[in-house]
Design a protein. Structure first.
Length: 82
């Protein structure tokens, strides 16, 4: 089971973390991986100046945006579930 946490602290919230959460929910549903991924929120991942921050298992990824979301999730999440 992959653990995905999306920061919803003040800075990430202002930079669009709730949009990333919606994209993640859709991505998980569209790829039929809901039984392999635990999606949750984190209050702060400590990278407040680096854009929306997510954590996949133990890897922290900064600067996630709607534009690079799919590339990041394909590379860091989906390929490990194949």
């Amino acid at each position: 089971m992959k653990e995905v946490k999306i920061c919803v602290g003040s800075s990430c919230h202002l930079k669009g973390s709730y949009r990333i959460i919606e994209l993640a929910k859709d991505y998980i549903a569209n790829n039929n991986i809901g039984d392999k991924v635990n999606l949750g929120a984190a209050f702060c991942l400590g990278h407040c100046t680096d854009g929306v921050t997510i954590k996949i298992d133990d890897e922290v990824i900064c600067g996630v945006s709607p534009e690079n979301f799919k590339e990041i999730f394909d590379e860091k999440l989906l390929k490990d579930l194949d």
